[in-house]
Design a protein around this ligand. Structure first.
Ligand code: PHE
Ligand code: ZN
Length: 848
């Protein structure tokens, strides 16, 4: 039943036990309560006999006590399992020899002197499993999801990541229904057996935690390719999908090979097996999962063709294929000791995929996109009741759900923390730290301190109070006051930092904030810096920018030999995930927007100006004053727009206004109507004042050539489509006509969908007709139909709630059939509300 699935409380009937309601209550788990396991698992041999009514899972585990002669009980996790038998050292246990409740199997007395063999047979019901965890059916195929605690729905096990073992897995099933049988590692043997069945035996030579276990069985075909690693290993690459989707896997394969090459070039990390599989499934909770050598993906992050996927989809596929591949080292070979350490693997791997995407496209544009994400999702969360440090002290568990995964802090702020190591250590120092991390911890389950120690020790670095980043929640607010002394030719920057209180952490300690700074002279060039005085010491510098190590609550840095009053460019490249308040005047900001050699800060200056300006307009709006847009702002953006030396995608970003959420986030009392009206006003005003330039951009950046996914083409499309959206916002029939024409002439979905979005800003017949036309064209492609739903559900035309209500009755939107992936976007709204902060009303509609 899909409602239960959506609320993620799907606990299909436990065959022979009543639910123990006490165990199902939400539980708070504490980091400080971590204890080592009493038993380790060395080897695990699994065998699956797949069936339509039931699946039998046999496991044979070599167990060894942590302390020889231990009398500790062995407690195994298990849920929704039917226990068939337990054997210790080949001896069948009788009912009184063990205890069983709805969540555990406990073996009290064991031959704990030495290692022993434990064999358990269980029966499970994948066709009834609607939780998308454990072993379940997706469009007729078997598939697994074990992170974080899904493995306990497959067999009884110590389901915790610090139990690392070597696995083999035998999969047996009907040959016609399930011609493809996959699991982790290398294929050892396969063959036919009686009754029309067949089997495959897999062996994974590397130790892994059970959350990386995977099995897939079904009717799939593969796109095949090979990659030769730099030491000469021939790796066979396979991307599996249903036959009809195979043509759409070319970009995913390109992305995988690019990721493999990049990890060798940048981190010296080679793939470690002879086979790498990716499977695309239509029913998947999250984006994708990094199971060892058998990554499983939501099909929307694998399948792409120019006609059915946009540039954003292509870029997302590149990033997520990279992300899951990079986990092979950061997460799989070295894993987390417990789920509190999630950012050890996710922060590091998100950082790695960000770097990968930067190197494949534009570094500045990628940084802008990532920082925007941080501001939209994480900063508001940091300021609310859900605030969490990068490594939480406790978390709430409901059933198997480790809710940490929905927490963007752990992913995005975690990546920022990793980025700060790199900023502080430089590319080579960071690489030394990574090398030492793998040298020390290969095939181990470790903690954030272990990562920190590797970075520190490899570089003999002084990281002062850097560890605070892991334990304190909240976004630091850094205030900067500058002053120039013409007689002494010195320029001073005074920093003060404050981390606002968060639930459970009323007071905070200062943290280590790396501030990358440059100083601009009156011609807009970087001043060559020579030395900076701080705390009684002098540091010599050569170059046009430097890193200031801000570690105290209040601290002053004084640059010497500064010939004139400079304009400081602070936090270049967003060198720390903080909110910054400076004493820069609007003129300083306009100057930075026009001249800063750090492109990120050029964008940032424009955003700060836009936010200030919009905030003032909001107050005008609230007081019923007439709205007027500062002409300097129009000029500033106008000159960015016509600066042909700039990257086109950068220009597109620079002329895009901050989101409504960002403005709301700055207000003591949010006023959504005012913010909405003001943003709309500013957009229209910009469009009308810059319409000639915008029109030129649209006309000069069209292309009728076949779609190419590369940076220059993407940048061209991004700029053209941003300009088109501005023009269409004017509601001028001529520009509506222009957009309509772009829609008709488009040779790819990026352009076509952008034109559709531009047109659908304005209610009316054109909008209705074009939305209907688009649906007719794409009704058979659920991924495209999803976009069509999403465009309308997030539209801000008046009365849109009514439109969305109608959409809920649309034949393609079937709430009762979770396999209709048109639901997917809506699922995400429900399951990951933090990703969709503004759409609470949709959630209510769907739930209601
Ligand atoms: N570990 C997955 C990733 O890095 C995310 C995920 C978490 C997927 C939990 C499923 C369940 O992409
Ligand atoms: Zn990940």
């Amino acid at each position: 039943n899909s409602r239960r699935l959506i609320c993620s409380v799907a606990t299909e009937s436990v065959p022979d036990k009543a639910e123990d309601s006490k165990m199902d209550a939400p539980k708070e788990i504490f980091l400080k309560n971590y204890t080592k396991p009493d038993y380790y698992f060395e080897t695990v041999d699994l065998s699956f006999s797949l069936g339509e009514e039931k699946t039998i899972v046999s496991s044979k585990i070599k167990v060894s006590p942590r302390v020889k002669g231990s009398s500790a009980a062995l407690v195994l996790d298990g849920h929704d399992l039917k226990l068939l038998s337990v054997k210790v050292e080949g001896k069948l246990l009788k009912e009184g020899d063990y205890q069983l409740d709805s969540r555990h199997l406990t073996l009290p007395s064991l031959p704990a002197e030495e290692s022993f063999v434990l064999e358990i047979d269980t029966e499970i019901y994948p066709h009834k499993n609607t939780s998308l965890e454990g072993l379940y059916k997706s469009s007729g195929n078997f598939c697994t999801q074990c992170e974080a605690e899904g493995f306990r729905k497959i067999t009884f096990y110590q389901d915790r990541p610090d139990i690392m073992a070597k696995y083999t897995c035998r999969v047996e099933g009907d040959k016609t229904l399930y011609p493809v049988l996959l699991s982790n590692g290398n294929l050892i043997s396969q063959g036919d057996i009686e009754g029309g069945r067949h089997y495959a035996l897999w062996e994974d030579p590397f130790k892994k935690p059970c959350y990386l276990f995977a099995l897939v069985a079904g009717q799939l075909v593969s796109r095949d390719d090979t990659f030769t690693t730099r030491s000469g290993r021939q790796v066979s690459l396979k991307i599996w999908t249903p036959a009809e989707d195979l043509p759409k896997t070319a970009h995913a394969m390109y992305s995988l090979k690019a990721a493999m090459k990049w990890d060798e070039d940048v981190f010296g990390l080679e793939y470690d097996l002879d086979l790498f599989n990716i499977v695309a499934v239509p029913d998947f909770n999250m984006g994708a999962m990094e199971n060892k050598s058998l990554n499983i993906f939501n099909s929307k992050l694998v399948l792409a063709s120019p006609e059915t996927a946009t540039d954003a989809d292509y870029a997302a596929i590149l990033g997520v294929i990279g992300h899951e591949y990079f986990h092979n080292w950061t997460g799989n070979r070295v894993t987390c000791r417990d789920w509190f350490q999630l950012s050890l693997k996710e922060g590091l791997t998100v950082f790695r995929d960000q770097e990968f995407s930067s190197d494949m496209g534009s570094r500045t544009v990628k940084r802008i996109a990532d920082v925007s994400k941080l501001r939209i999702y994480q900063f508001p969360q940091d300021a609310g009741p859900m605030a969490h440090p990068v490594r939480p002290h406790s978390y709430i568990k409901v059933y198997e759900k480790v809710w940490l995964f929905t927490n963007s802090v752990l992913l995005y702020a975690g990546a920022e923390v990793v980025r700060m190591y790199k900023t502080l250590l430089g590319t080579q120092g960071f690489r030394k730290g990574i090398d030492l991390y793998f040298e020390r911890h290969d095939e181990q389950a470790v903690t954030c301190e272990d990562f920190f120690a590797a970075m520190r020790d490899a570089n003999n670095a002084d990281f002062a109070n850097f560890l605070q980043w892991y334990s304190q929640a909240g976004t630091p607010v850094v205030k900067v006051v500058s002053s120039y002394n013409a007689d002494a030719r010195t320029f001073s920057l005074k920093f003060s930092q404050e981390i606002p209180p968060t639930p459970g952490q009323p007071t905070k300690e200062p943290t280590f904030i790396p501030v990358v700074v440059g100083l601009l002279d009156s011609s807009g060039k970087d001043i060559t810096l020579s030395s900076v005085h701080h705390d009684g010491t002098v540091q010599t510098i050569s170059g046009s920018s430097t890193i200031l190590r801000v570690t105290k609550k209040e601290e002053e840095f004084v640059f010497s030999d500064i010939p004139e009053r400079p304009v400081p460019s602070l936090f270049r490249g967003f060198s720390a995930p903080v909110r910054v308040e400076t004493d820069l005047s609007n003129d300083d900001l306009f100057f930075l927007l026009a001249h800063d050699s750090d492109e990120f800060n050029r964008w940032e200056a424009g955003q700060v100006l836009a936010r200030k300006l919009m905030l003032n307009l909001v107050s005008d709006f609230q007081q019923n004053k007439p709205l007027a847009l500062n002409p300097k702002f129009v000029q500033g953006l106008g000159s960015v727009l016509s600066d042909s030396s700039l990257d086109k995608e950068f220009i597109a970003k620079a002329i895009t206004l901050p989101g409504e959420g960002e403005i709301m986030d700055m207000m003591a009392v949010a006023d959504p109507d005012a913010v909405h009206a003001v943003r709309k006003f500013v957009r229209k005003q910009l469009a009308s004042e810059l319409k000639e330039e915008l029109l030129k951009i649209v006309e000069n950046n069209r292309s009728t050539e076949a779609y190419v996914f590369d940076h220059s083409n993407m940048a061209r499309r991004a700029l053209k489509n941003t300009a088109l959206a501005y023009l269409a916002s004017l509601e001028d029939p001529a520009y509506m006509e222009l957009a309509l024409n772009e829609y008709k002439m488009a040779t790819n979905l990026t352009d076509q969908f952008a034109a559709l979005a531009a047109l659908s800003q304005n209610p009316g017949k054109t909008r209705d007709d074009i939305l209907a036309d688009f649906y007719n064209k794409w009704q058979d492609d659920y991924l495209v139909v999803n976009k069509w739903f999403l465009l309308q559900s997030t539209s801000d035309i008046p009365g849109n709630v009514e439109n969305v209500k109608k959409l809920l009755d649309h034949p393609a939107f079937d709430l009762r059939n979770p396999n209709k992936a048109s639901l997917f976007a809506y699922w995400r709204v429900l399951r990951f509300p933090s990703e969709f902060p503004c759409q609470g009303w949709i959630r209510l509609q769907v739930l209601g």
